[in-house]
Design a protein around this ligand. Sequence first.
Ligand code: XMP
Length: 328
Amino acid sequence: MSYDDKRPETMERIVDEKLAAAFIDEQIARIREQVGDGKVLLALSGGVDSSVVAALLIRAIGRNLVCVHVNHGLLRKGEPEQVVQVFRHEMDANLVYVDAVDRFLDRLAGVSDPETKRKIIGAEFIRVFEEEARKLEGIGFLAQGTIYPDILESKDGVKAHHNVGGLPEDLDFELVEPLKLLYKDEVRVVGKALGLPDSMVYRQPFPGPGLGVRCLGAITRDRLECVRESDAILREEFAKNGLAGKVWQYFTVVPDFRSVGVRDGKRSFEYPVIIRAVNTKDAMSATVEDVPFPLLQHITDRILNEVKGVNRVCYDMTPKPVGTIEWE
Ligand code: XMP
């Protein structure tokens, strides 16, 4: 860990708008000093960290930041649209939107092993991003949403801290990592001060491979839509009923088998949806949220009525351990 990667003990925790504003001013000056009138590239997923980095760099260097948003088809309902709306239309960002949905789903067709799915998604992401980077001229810098826990974990060998690490060596960008000394709660305070919407700043954790690990086994487009639509209903109902800010992570899962049901007096043979809602501090262990039964019944009714191809809804009662939070 270099000196620059160590959070000074005197650094005050950013807990309010005033401290956030001071941090933003300081970082804007530093970014301008580092990049001058150079161009900076950023993979903008729409997650908290990359969104805050984008908003900060837009303040500092405007359209000299080039954001690349790769839609791999595994994002939640409305997410790619929100990235375009917030960054291109509201913040006037220089945003390249890449529709890579078919490309990812074609590569994933028939692949059922979870770790192989993760590897394909990660490798394909780098490939798409690399292609976009090569199309652009005069890029000298790569911005990343590295935060302090990433630095600490990479120091301990838990994970590699460079999110887009894996780019070929000839794409030799200098890194810009303005959030690297911040904890997650501070990133959210800064994001709010930069004017990002609450739905971006306070969003629940979402795995890099996205809905890909919630559409169990080999991904098919029909089941992926079942995951996306049921997840959207769950999120809407949790938001309406005051659970969105309270429950740590909540989502739906669709297995790759069907069961028998009856609809309109006829036999049906369709997929189940599994609801998962858990609380944790560090994701190492987790407890199941005690969702009010009437709300579970209402969500079940909505999923059964609104999501095509689903005839059964289950609630996952398993704590971690023994179950992990995700199913794959
Ligand atoms: P598990 O399933 O291991 O999940 O109990 C713990 C936390 O990690 C998230 N998760 C991932 N995040 N890439 C990610 O970026 C992944 O491959 C991945 N797998 C799990 C999970 O959503 C939970 O918050």
